[in-house]
Design a protein around this ligand. Structure first.
Ligand code: FEO
Length: 180
């Protein structure tokens, strides 16, 4: 049993975020299944890999809460959203989920700052950076989709994009990491 080093309010907020990361994994899982059902195998592989990343995020919260002497409360995970209309809609919905998630991470960092809980503030910074990366990554995919789907009439580029996503990185280079 460790000494509890986070406030009860922070413990609650971190537990809620843990469940939210599990929900994020369900979103990627459900959209990945939708893509595979619709023969976009590359897109589905990308989404399944990202589902694993979200589970890792969830587990980071589990470990952090326990390391700081808090208790884990495993809660209900919301149902995954309805299937998207097409790949563009899928990517737009994912972006919205990521932006919503970034706002929730900001709340944790704000509370940590208010409480002068510098350990959680530091822990939260990893997620702030991760969310910048994830939003950038999805924005880049939306750009690729726009190029692939809007500028040709026969959609051959959509086939190329699907192959591209099969091996696409799960990480984007964020501006401050750019090498000159
Ligand atoms: Fe863990 Fe994509 O947020």
């Amino acid at each position: 049993m460790k000494t509890k080093r986070i406030s009860s309010a922070m413990e609650k907020m971190l537990n809620e975020q843990m469940t939210r990361e599990a929900y994020q994994a369900q979103v990627y899982l459900s959209f990945g299944c939708w893509a595979e059902e619709n023969s976009f195998v590359g897109v589905s592989e990308f989404l399944y890999r990202h589902m694993q990343e979200e589970r890792e995020h969830m587990f980071k919260f589990v470990k952090y809460i326990l390391d700081r002497g808090g208790s884990i409360s495993i809660d209900t995970i919301k149902a995954a959203p309805k299937a998207p209309k097409d790949i563009g809609d899928c990517l737009e919905k994912i972006l919205k989920h990521e932006i919503d998630n970034s706002k929730e991470i900001d709340k944790i960092v704000n509370l940590a700052h208010k409480e002068k809980d510098w350990a959680t503030f530091s822990f939260g910074q990893w997620f702030v950076k991760e969310q910048i990366e994830e939003e950038t990554l999805i924005n880049e995919l939306i750009d690729k989709y726009t190029l692939a789907s809007k500028e040709v009439t026969d959609n051959v580029n959509l086939y190329e994009m699907d192959k591209d996503l099969a091996s696409a990185s799960q990480h984007a280079t964020i501006p401050r990491e750019e090498k000159l």
